[in-house]
Design a binder for this molecule. Structure first.
Ligand code: NAP
Length: 345
């Protein structure tokens, strides 16, 4: 273990982590940002961001992240490749064990580890992920020029994936388990108006066909007129089964927060794994988790809004709360030095 104790470690380098880093660095907290498994977070997998305040023409997700990192570095934030495997948050300072075995000590921690793409649970997905099955159209769409592809999901992610894929694929079929989209009106309208996109309502993906040699070759779909066909089949009700030939399948069914490394710590999470933050003594909301000195920012604590702009906002909140916490620690330390008798007293 290195002898140094950091004032503040920020886990995650997406928009929340970067925003926290800008605020913390400007407050002279010398934050260390651990970049995580997916440096830059979800925005690096997005094409254009049209709703981030201050960019009327839109801005590429990757560019927004690069600018944010540059801004944080300008104020003195340090970046390190690394992912936290386990954390010991009982004592002071907190200890963080990284995946390379290194152990970091820090007085405060901001968890901005975001959320990762969810998998459907269809047969064959473990084998075929990366072989025609993908959770990121921006990353893998260009492999599907002239192909027929499926997009699974009915939210904004699925619409965004489907729209992006129309640049390459001959046909894009959105497979949704109900008969109504969850996506925002603007995204849903764009998808509905695009002639390359078709919709399969009340339908779910049950199995993916193919191999790592051939890639994805097809899929088995289940349908039921009342929706949620897998549930209906489990109840013994009759569902329609159809095999379709496709060479690409993209999952767009949402995300799961990356909070596994907090297992066994006192940091409270909700049923889906999102971090809970606590209220201050006067009842006001804070960015602090249920463990003192551990703060949450971005999607890891936000099952509801999950926007780049809200992640940036909560990043700044976490940094401001961490600053206040560290100031109080400093004051306590100074008072205890002043109160303790010195030689000659
Ligand atoms: P989401 O809104 O939670 O939508 C997930 C979709 O996947 C839902 O339609 C859901 O079906 C379906 N689904 C979930 N689990 C499934 C399963 N096991 N099998 C089949 N379908 C399943 O997630 P999201 O689309 O990732 O969006 C999350 C947030 O990010 C939203 O606030 C969204 O506005 C935002 N976002 C915005 C943009 C943009 O503005 N450009 C882009 C992406 C995301 P049900 O509808 O039946 O629950």
């Amino acid at each position: 273990m290195s002898g140094q104790t950091h004032d503040l470690v920020i886990a995650g380098s997406g928009v929340a982590g970067l925003s926290a880093a800008v605020y913390a660095a400007r407050a002279d907290l010398d934050p260390l940002v651990l970049e995580g498994d997916e440096p830059g977070g979800q925005l690096t997998l997005t094409t254009d961001v049209e709703n981030f305040l201050g960019f009327p023409e839109g801005i590429g997700g990757m560019e927004l992240i690069q600018r944010g990192k540059e801004q944080a570095e300008q104020f003195g934030a340090n970046f390190q490749h690394g992912t936290i495997e386990a954390a010991d948050l009982d004592g002071r300072p907190h200890e963080l064990e990284l995946s390379n075995g290194e152990v970091l000590r820090t007085n405060a921690l901001i968890v901005a580890t975001g959320a990762s793409a969810r998998w459907v649970g269809a047969d064959g997905e473990e084998e075929l992920m990366g072989y025609g099955l993908s959770t990121c159209a921006t990353c893998d769409g260009a492999f599907h020029r002239g192909d027929d592809v499926l997009v699974i999901g009915g939210g904004d992610s699925a619409m965004e994936e489907a729209l992006f894929l129309t640049k390459f694929a001959d046909s894009v079929t959105v497979v949704h388990r109900r008969d109504e989209l969850r996506a925002s009106e603007i995204m849903a309208d764009r998808a509905r108006e695009n002639e390359t996109i078709e919709f399969r309502w009340n339908t779910e993906l049950a199995e993916i066909h193919g191999s790592q040699d051939t890639g994805v070759t097809g899929a088995t779909l289940l349908s039921h007129p009342e929706g949620h066909p897998t549930e209906k089949a489990a109840q013994g009700r009759e569902v329609e089964t159809e095999r379709v030939d496709v060479s690409g399948i993209f999952y767009g069914i949402g995300h799961t927060p990356n909070t596994g490394f907090l297992d066994g710590t006192g940091v409270e999470r909700d049923d889906e794994g999102y971090l809970r933050t606590r209220s201050s003594d006067d009842g006001r909301p804070t960015a602090e988790t249920t463990v003192e000195g551990v703060f949450a920012a971005g999607d890891v604590a936000d099952p509801r809004y999950r926007q780049a702009i809200t992640a940036a906002g909560t990043g700044s909140m976490a940094a401001l709360d961490a600053e206040e916490y560290l100031d109080a620690l400093d004051t306590q330390a100074t008072q205890s030095v002043e109160a303790s008798p010195t030689l000659g007293d």
